[in-house]
Ligand binder design. Structure first.
Ligand code: NDP
Length: 445
């Protein structure tokens, strides 16, 4: 297998799908050696089968706003691979959503889900609908219209969507309500549900908590801890919130958050009151970054810039894909960054990752570092299937064990001769072997 030949072929079939091609390229580069050493993969055309989704559903979503105006959005579900379990992956609601972004996310999800050790295949979906500034009723009508199409292809043993950018507990509730109405059944067809109707404790915080546990393992590998470390974070959504809570609990200081319009530098660091204030702003569907600087005058709002210019020990991008590029990485390194973990999916560009590797900065890729979210989703599916609820401590303990095992898998497959851990390679190889071997066992389907 030559990654460039496969990418050239894919590019001619799917021109312009740059995020998808970027994600495939990264995985192929990592697994090239192991693939070529094991001819049974080639004989079964595993790569050719793995890089194309099993199926894609595209649909129109028509809904009516509060003023009676009709809107039309595009809806998608990309069911990528179900070799190790039902399709599983979030629904993204954001104006930038297109097929390339959902295919990259679905492809990444295959390996991430494999790393969790739980039986979940890879998928992703969403819409170019923008929830920002919409009323609750508008969000409800959109979610209901979206589910009117999606329900046909999901099910507790078939495909179990979850949240992602723009899809939190409220949206999952509206989606679930419509599914229940259509199917007349209460089954675990979505994760991230409310606690009193089938949700799991810790699911909202799980991605951020898991990423912090993963970073903690990276620190431990270097005989280091979070204590006294300055941490820069981007975004302030579901994921960044969980990171902030757990990093503070572990003794680190979060000095930045950001939005599409700029970032906040709060040298004193976030604390519980500030986080509470940010959550209230988020719940009201408004921008949060510039109001924060007005509420806490010691914090600075830096418009139209990214937080990677602030000196820090640890950087944890937590907003959106490709939010940290090669120049940002150079700046972070020049300012003394010691560890980086992507909490957003594909948050760093290939150039940024190359800079970290060149400078021997341990770098945790999203598919390993942010797998805690889908892991707790998997635990929610187990609880639904068994019709019982685990306690906070039980879920947190299982999440902890899973993040440690993902870290160990990265060490196993990513440790280089000089002892440096290439977490990208480690995560890609570990995830690939599990999925590829399952595909071999199941024949050509
Ligand atoms: P949210 O929608 O809850 O939050 C996204 C945050 O990023 C918001 O604060 C948003 O600001 C900000 N943001 C959006 N675009 C930009 C930009 N261009 N520059 C800077 N900030 C921006 O999403 P999540 O927290 O759920 O997801 C964040 C990332 O984590 C995504 O990459 C997602 O795929 C990934 N992820 C999420 C999981 C989950 O469980 N939710 C699981 C695994 C990965 P604003 O609101 O002002 O637009």
């Amino acid at each position: 297998m030559n990654p460039n030949d496969i990418i050239n072929n894919l590019e001619s079939k799917h021109p312009g799908e740059k995020e998808y091609l970027q994600a495939v390229h990264e995985v192929l580069e990592s697994i090239e050696t192991i693939y070529n050493e094991n001819p049974m993969y080639k004989a079964a055309q595993i790569i050719e089968r793995l890089v194309e989704p099993d199926r894609i559903l595209t649909f129109r979503v028509s809904w009516v706003d509060d003023l009676g105006k009709v809107h039309v959005n595009l809806g998608y579900r990309v069911q990528f691979n179900n070799a190790i379990g039902p399709y599983k992956g979030g629904l993204r609601l954001h104006p930038s959503v297109n097929l390339s972004i959902l295919k990259f996310l679905g492809f990444e999800q295959i390996f991430k889900n494999a790393l969790t050790t739980l039986p979940m295949g890879g998928a992703k979906g969403g819409s170019d609908f923008n929830p920002k500034g919409k009323s609750d009723n508008e969000i409800m009508r959109f979610c209901q219209a979206f589910m009117l199409e999606l329900w046909r292809i999901i099910g507790p043993n078939t495909d179990v969507p979850a949240g992602d950018i723009g899809t939190g507990g409220r949206e999952i509730g509206y989606l679930y309500g419509m599914y229940k109405k259509l199917k007349m059944e209460n089954t675990g067809i979505l994760t991230g549900k409310g606690l009193n109707w089938g949700g799991s404790l810790i699911r909202p915080e799980a991605t951020g908590f898991g990423a912090t546990y993963f970073m903690n393992e990276m620190l431990k590998k270097n005989n280091d801890t979070f204590k006294g470390k300055t941490v820069t974070v981007s975004g302030f959504g579901n994921v960044a919130w969980g990171v902030a809570l757990k990093v503070i609990e572990m003794g680190g200081k979060i000095v930045t958050i950001s939005g599409p319009d700029g970032y906040i530098y709060d040298e004193a660091g976030l604390d519980e009151d500030k986080i509470e204030y940010l959550l209230e702003l988020r719940a009201s569907n408004n921008d949060i970054v510039s109001p924060y600087a007005e509420e806490f005058p010691e914090a600075k709002f830096i418009p139209n810039k990214k937080p990677w210019e602030i000196p820090c020990d640890i950087a944890m991008p937590s907003a959106i894909q490709n939010e940290l590029n090669g120049d940002d990485a150079k700046l972070l390194i020049a300012n003394g960054v010691k560890y980086v973990a992507e909490v957003s999916n594909m948050g760093c560009t290939p150039e940024a990752i190359a800079e970290f590797h060149k400078n021997k900065i341990p770098f945790g890729p999203g598919k390993a570092a942010n797998a805690g979210g889908v892991a707790v989703s998997g635990l929610e599916m187990s609880q639904n299937a068994m019709k019982l609820n685990w306690s906070n401590e039980e879920v947190d303990e299982k999440l902890h064990v899973i993040m440690k095992s993902i870290h160990e898998a990265c060490i196993k497959y990513g440790t280089e001769d000089d002892g440096f851990v290439d977490y990208v390679k480690g995560a890609n190889i570990a995830g690939f072997i599990k999925v590829a071997d399952a595909m071999l066992d199941q024949g050509v389907v």
